[in-house]
Design a protein around this ligand. Structure first.
Ligand code: HEM
Length: 119
């Protein structure tokens, strides 16, 4: 097997682990009726952005990447990061709110939907 293709597939695996941490961490909080953030899903988002940017490098030769789709995913990933900021600021101020927490879950699912359904 082409080592660069193997590297790409391993990066997709890391990307999916990031999604498991991000969405799983968020869902675990939602199931406990808690709207605070945890290190688990903040780490997941970091893994998604770093592995996603590495996956945006066109290797091995001949691979086709849709950069409009990737730009949309990057913007949504940064919007999730910004929403984390809102949640954390409100937590620290002792005013936790539900809407930004649910926005993080919805945007994460939206980005996974774009990844799978946008051809
Ligand atoms: C919350 C943020 C994100 C989520 C939930 C997400 C979700 C996913 C999922 C579920 C896949 C596997 C789908 C498949 O292989 O068909 C995937 C693949 C991929 N993601 Fe992400 N992703 C996120 C952020 C990013 C970012 C920021 C980038 C880069 C700008 C990126 C680039 C890619 C690439 C290049 C692939 C390989 C498959 C393809 O070319 O579409 N992702 N993503």
């Amino acid at each position: 097997m082409d080592p660069l293709l193997l590297l790409r597939e391993l990066l997709v695996l890391v990307h999916l682990v990031g999604f498991a941490l991000l969405f799983g961490g968020w869902a675990a909080q939602a199931a406990r009726r808690r709207t605070t953030t945890t290190t688990l899903f903040r780490t997941g988002l970091g893994i998604m952005i770093v592995s996603g940017l590495l996956l945006a490098i066109p290797f091995p030769a001949g691979i086709h990447l849709d950069y409009v789709k990737l730009a949309v995913k990057l913007v949504i990933a940064f919007a999730i990061g910004g929403t984390f900021g809102v949640v954390i600021t409100r937590e620290r101020a002792g005013r936790p709110t539900k809407a930004p927490f649910w926005t993080i879950g919805a945007l994460s699912l939206l980005n996974a939907g774009i990844a799978v359904l946008w051809h």
